[in-house]
Write a protein that binds this ligand. Structure first.
Ligand code: HDE
Length: 615
C-alpha cells in the first residue's frame, strides 16, 4: 500500500484557515448569538401561529432557501480531488513556466472530472465526453488545464457552442432525454454540421463510457503555446495518461450501473483515494515548431483534428497524483472555477478559434454561477501566490483593501502595486505577428471533415468497430425523424461505407450508395484502446462467504489482493459480521441484494461452509 505523501500541501494548508470546528461549540445564529432551542418555531400558544419575530426561524429558512447556485451550464455533474504535480525534468528550453523548470518540483493541484450533458444529479456512467480540469496552484499563480478525455471537439468555432449545447441538452418542449445524445435535435445538428463527424466517432466509441475517472486520458484539445526565456514560441497540446491504462465499460454494464449506482465514478474515485490507491496520470506534451505549422495535412489550429502520436510524439514531462478527497463537496467541487485563460508566464494561446471563444466564456459563466466578480476569493479558487491589484468591491468581497489608492499610476503610494518585467516574472504576451481582413471564414484545411474520422475507424480493432456500430444503432435508432436518420447514414458513408450500411440496417433506412473505404486511410494505432496497459490495481474482487468460511483461505487471498493494490469487498446474505471456521469475525461490506456482479472483475469464494445463495 502506498503511504500518504506529504507533498504539495501548500494549498491544503491554506484551506485549513477556512475550516470550521464544531467540536465543543454551542449552536449559534449566523451573527454569533447562542441558541437555546432549534426544534420548534416561536408560536403564540402551543397550537397558535408562528411569530414574525422568530429571528432564528427566519434566518435558518432564508439561508436554506438560498442554498443552491446555478449548476454549470455544461459539465454540471462532476467529482473532484486534491493532489500534487511532480515535474520530471526541466522544460526551461521550451517554457519559462516555473512549475516545469526543475526536476522533482512539486505543485499542489485540484482536479475536477465531469460529464458534459447531464444535470448535476444525473448518472455517472452515461455515454458522454468526460471533462478533466486541473488547477495547478503554482508559485506564479493559478494555471488551469481544462481538458476532456477525447482529444477533439464537435465544432471548430466557439460561436457555434450555444447551438451545439442546445442541440445536445434535453429537448426544450418535454425536457427529454437526460444526459444523452440519443435524440433528434442532437443528430439534426450533426447532419447539418459535418465538422462534428470526427468527434461523433469518438463519442460513439468506448472512450465515452470510461470504466473509471482513474482510467481515462485527458487532452487539452486546443492548441496552446510554450514560450521560453528568449521569447521563442512553439505550438503545444497536452495529454494526461493514466498509469492504470485507459479502460472502458461495455454498454450494457454502463446502462445497468447508471440505475444501480448513479454515483459509480464518483464513488470509485473517492474510495480509491480513501484506500490510498492514489490515481496517477503522467503529463505529456506534443510540441510543434513554428516553422512546421503548415507541415501537416490537417490544420494544427483546428480542434476537430487530433495530433496523432505517430506524427507528433508526446514527451513525458511530469506526474499528477490525487491523494486527498475534498472535505466539503459544495465548497470545493461545486465552487471551483476553471478557466483556460488562467495561464502563467511561458504558456500562451494559439489562434484556435474554439480556444479564443473559450477564453471569453469561462470567466463570464462564473459571474452568474458564483454570483459576482470576487469568485477568485473563494478558498478553492485562491492562488497560493500573492494577489495584489486595484480591483475593488463587488458582491461578497472578502479582502479588506487598505490605503487610499486603488488606481495606477499613483504617486500617493509610490505607484504600488507596481508591474513586473518579464525577468521579474511579469506575464508578457507572445508577440505573434497577425494581419488579415475582418472576415467570418475558416482556413481551407478546416474544411476536411472526414480524413481523421476515417483514420479513427480504420485504427479500431474489430471489437471496437462493433461497439461503434452498436453505438450508432442505439443512438440513431432513437431518432424519430426518418429524414435525420437517413442523413446520418449518408453523412457517415463519408467515413466508411460498411459502417454506414450497418447503421442503415439498424435504423431502418436505405443505405447510401456513395461511401468510402476507410481501410485506405491512415492507420494510427494510438487511436485504439485495444492494447491499453493491463494493471491489477484496476481490479475489484467480490469475496462471497457465509458463516463458517475458511479463514485461512480468506486471509491468504485478501493479502494477495492487497499486495497487488487491487480492491475487494466481502459479500454475504446480510450485512453485519460473519464468523469464520476458526471463530474469527469479519465485517461484511455489502449484502447480495445491495450489490451486483457488474461492479466486480472477479469473484472468489473461500472454502468452508457453502455460500447459501449459490447452494
Ligand atoms: Fe468548456 N465550458 N466550453 N470545453 N469545459 C465550461 O465553464 C465552453 C470545451 C470543459 O469542472 C463552462 O465553469 C465553450 C472544450 C470542462 O468546472 C463554460 C466552448 C473543452 C469544463 C464552457 C467549450 C472543454 C467546461 C461551463 C467552445 C475541452 C468543466 C461551466 C468554444 C478542452 C470545468 C464552467 C469544471 C466548462 C464553455 C468547449 C472543457 C460555459 C464556449 C473544447 C472540463 O464556460
Amino acid at each position: 500500500m502506498k503511504k500518504i505523501e506529504n507533498k504539495g500541501n501548500e494549498k491544503l494548508e491554506d484551506l485549513e484557515n477556512y475550516k470550521d470546528n464544531p467540536k465543543g461549540k454551542k449552536l449559534t445564529t449566523d451573527h454569533g448569538v447562542k441558541l437555546s432551542h432549534t426544534d420548534d418555531s416561536l408560536k403564540a400558544g402551543e397550537r397558535g401561529p408562528t411569530l414574525m419575530e422568530d429571528f432564528h426561524f427566519r434566518e435558518k429558512i432564508t439561508h436554506f432557501d438560498h442554498e443552491r447556485i446555478p449548476e454549470r451550464v455544461v459539465h454540471a455533474r462532476g467529482a473532484g480531488a486534491h493532489g500534487y504535480f511532480e515535474s520530471y525534468e526541466s522544460m526551461s528550453d521550451f517554457t519559462t513556466a516555473k512549475f516545469l523548470d526543475t526536476p522533482g518540483k512539486i505543485t499542489p493541484v485540484f482536479v475536477r472530472f465531469s460529464t458534459v450533458a447531464g444535470s448535476r444529479g444525473s448518472a455517472d456512467t452515461v455515454r458522454d465526453v468526460r471533462g478533466f480540469a486541473t488547477k495547478f496552484y503554482t508559485e506564479e499563480g493559478n494555471y488551469d488545464l481544462v481538458g476532456n478525455n477525447i482529444p477533439v471537439f464537435f465544432i471548430q468555432d466557439a460561436i457555434k457552442f450555444p447551438d451545439l449545447i442546445h442541440a445536445v441538452k434535453p429537448e426544450p418542449d418535454n425536457e427529454i432525454p437526460q444526459a444523452s445524445t440519443a435524440h433528434d435535435t442532437f443528430y439534426d445538428f450533426v447532419v447539418n454540421t459535418p465538422e462534428t463527424s470526427h468527434m461523433v466517432m469518438w463519442v460513439l466509441s468506448d472512450r465515452a463510457i470510461p470504466r473509471s475517472y482513474r482510467m481515462m486520458e485527458g487532452f487539452s484539445v486546443n492548441t496552446y503555446r510554450f514560450v521560453n526565456a528568449d521569447g521563442i514560441g512553439r505550438f503545444i497540446k497536452f495529454i494526461w495518461k493514466p498509469v492504470l491504462g485507459v479502460h472502458s465499460m461495455v454498454w450494457d454494464e454502463s446502462q445497468t450501473l447508471a440505475g444501480l449506482n448513479p454515483d459509480f465514478h464518483r464513488e470509485d474515485l473517492y474510495e480509491a483515494i480513501e484506500n490510498k490507491q492514489y490515481p496517477e496520470y503522467e503529463l505529456y506534451v506534443q510540441i510543434v515548431e513554428e516553422e512546421d505549422e503548415h507541415k501537416f495535412d490537417f490544420d494544427i489550429l483546428d480542434p476537430t483534428k487530433h495530433w496523432p502520436e505517430e506524427l507528433i510524439p508526446p514527451k513525458k514531462i511530469g506526474k499528477l497524483t490525487l491523494n486527498k478527497n475534498p472535505d466539503n463537496f459544495f465548497a470545493e467541487v461545486e465552487q471551483v472555477a476553471f478557466h483556460p485563460g488562467n495561464v502563467v508566464p511561458g504558456i500562451d494561446f494559439s489562434n484556435d478559434p474554439l480556444l479564443q471563444g473559450r477564453l471569453f466564456s469561462y470567466e463570464d459563466t462564473q459571474l452568474i454561477r458564483l454570483g459576482g466578480p470576487n469568485f477568485h476569493e473563494i478558498p478553492i479558487n485562491r492562488p497560493i501566490s500573492t494577489v495584489q491589484n486595484n480591483q475593488r468591491d463587488g458582491y461578497h468581497r472578502m479582502t479588506i483593501n487598505t490605503g487610499k489608492t486603488s488606481y495606477s499610476p499613483n504617486s500617493l503610494e509610490d505607484n504600488e502595486p507596481s508591474t513586473a518585467t518579464r525577468s521579474e516574472g511579469g506575464y508578457v504576451h507572445y508577440m505573434e505577428k497577425v494581419e488579415g481582413k475582418k472576415i467570418r471564414e475558416r482556413s481551407e484545411k478546416f474544411k476536411d471533415h472526414y480524413s481523421q474520422a476515417q483514420s479513427f475507424y480504420n485504427s479500431m480493432s474489430e471489437f471496437e468497430k462493433n461497439h461503434i456500430i452498436s453505438g450508432f444503432q442505439f443512438e440513431v435508432g432513437k431518432v424519430k425523424s426518418e429524414d435525420v436518420r437517413k442523413k446520418v447514414v449518408d453523412q457517415f458513408a463519408n467515413v466508411d461505407q460498411d459502417l454506414s450500411n450497418k447503421i442503415a440496417e439498424g435504423v431502418g433506412v436505405s443505405p447510401s450508395s456513395e461511401g468510402v473505404d476507410s481501410s485506405k486511410s491512415n492507420n494510427f494505432p494510438s487511436f485504439s484502446l485495444a492494447d491499453t496497459t493491463k494493471n491489477p490495481e484496476t481490479l475489484k474482487i467480490a469475496i462471497l462467504a457465509e458463516n463458517g468460511f475458511s479463514y485461512e483461505e480468506f486471509a491468504e487471498v485478501t493479502r494477495a489482493i492487497e499486495n497487488a493494490d487491487a480492491q475487494y469487498k466481502l459479500i454475504a446474505t446480510n450485512r453485519g459480521k460473519l464468523t469464520a471456521d476458526n471463530g474469527n469475525e469479519v465485517e461484511v461490506d455489502l449484502s447480495f441484494l445491495a450489490s451486483t456482479s457488474l461492479i466486480f472483475d472477479a469473484v472468489y469464494i473461500p472454502g468452508g461452509k457453502k455460500v447459501s445463495m449459490l447452494s
